[in-house]
Write a protein that binds this ligand. Structure first.
Ligand code: CUA
Length: 347
């Protein structure tokens, strides 16, 4: 059975399997397909045999049989157990797909009619192209600028809808250097079919070479710091003393007490919401309506830069950005930024 499954998996119908998770996803797929074929054969064979055997000509005086508990229990319990295997196996793969390893390298994806914009922690940007090193878990944090898109790399057996309004993530570990298609797999307008691109999986050394070529505008965190100053954030979010708005240093991934009594973790999703809809969650001790709403003012790509900056203000954050490209974790506050007038209410 396994051997025949392997032969089937080599059919050109299937894209190559180029990620760590591809093998187990294919195995489940073939298991379900094999069970479906088996059940179809049993049902149609039984149908044919009984139709022939109990035809009126051969069995003119058939008698009605009133049930058989044993038979009914068998054909209920056996399929139920087989379904439970599918459920358990599928749930296990789903859980793994939803849980990126802690040391995964982070890359940011923004879907927009009709392109995929990719941002790397070192500040490199690409459109419809993704470069990843082989053997390294990669976590994609994905946002949509407009409508629902869906990010899919068939060779890695990963796909996730990208919903406007919040972050979606997926992760994979590429196992084979090569050039693989990426797609948008959710109809998103008349040029949906053109929302495609390529993933290049490189050997670690080649990847380091490639990575050293980009980033003329500074790291993602540095780009975020620029935005932070340009948008006047620094007026109220003072770095080292209490301003009109919460201090952001050391905030990332820490619990935050809200005015309504809840406690939330200051993760990417929380920071994103607080930038685009500051009144959604008011921090305990602060007033609503102090911070302007940045929805429609800045793009999802800019939000990603700002989050990278805020993340860089928390030196204790376990490095989710890998490699040599990481910006210095502590960015010294600019004397001017902290002392900008107009911000600090007396506390
Ligand atoms: Cu984006 Cu289809």
């Amino acid at each position: 059975m396994l051997a025949s499954m392997r032969i089937l998996a080599d059919l050109p119908l299937f894209p190559v399997a180029a990620s760590e998770q591809a093998g187990s996803i294919d195995a489940l797929y073939w298991f379900i397909t094999a069970i479906s074929i088996l059940m179809t054969v049993i049902i149609f064979l039984g149908l044919g045999i009984f139709a022939w055997k109990y035809h009126n000509k051969r069995h003119p005086h058939a008698t009605q049989i009133e049930g058989s508990t044993k038979l009914e229990l068998t054909w209920s319990i056996l399929p139920f157990l087989i379904m439970l295997i599918m459920f358990g196996w599928g749930a296990d793969l789903y859980y793994k797909a939803q849980t990126p390893p802690k040391d995964a390298m982070e890359i940011f994806v923004t879907g927009k009619q009709w392109m995929w914009k990719i941002q790397y922690p070192d500040g490199t940007r690409e459109i419809n192209a993704l470069h990843v090193p082989v053997g390294q878990p990669v976590k994609l944090t994905m946002a949509s600028e407009d409508v629902i898109h869906s990010f899919s790399i068939p060779a890695f057996r990963v796909r996730h809808d990208v919903m406007p309004g919040h972050y979606n993530t997926l992760w994979f570990t590429a196992t084979k250097p090569g050039h693989y298609h990426l797609f948008c797999t959710e109809y998103c307008g008349d040029q949906h079919a053109g929302m495609i691109g390529w993933v290049d999986v490189l050997e670690p050394r080649e990847y380091a070479n490639w990575a050293s070529g980009g980033a003329s505008q500074g790291s993602l965190a540095e780009q975020g710091q620029k935005l932070f100053e340009q948008n006047g954030c620094a007026t109220c979010h003072l770095l080292d003393q209490q301003g009109r708005c919460p201090i952001l240093r050391g905030l990332y991934n820490k619990p935050v007490q809200l005015a309504d009594g809840r406690t939330v973790i200051a993760d990417d999703a929380y920071i994103r919401e607080s930038i685009l809809d500051p009144n959604a969650k008011i921090v305990a001790g602060f007033q609503p309506n102090v911070m302007p709403n940045f929805k429609g003012q800045i793009s999802e790509e800019n939000v990603i830069q700002l989050i990278a900056y805020i993340k860089s203000l928390s030196p204790s954050t376990p490095a989710s950005q890998q490699g040599s490209q990481q910006p210095p974790v502590v960015i010294a506050p600019k004397a001017g930024a902290a002392a900008k007038p107009g911000g600090a209410a007396q506390h």
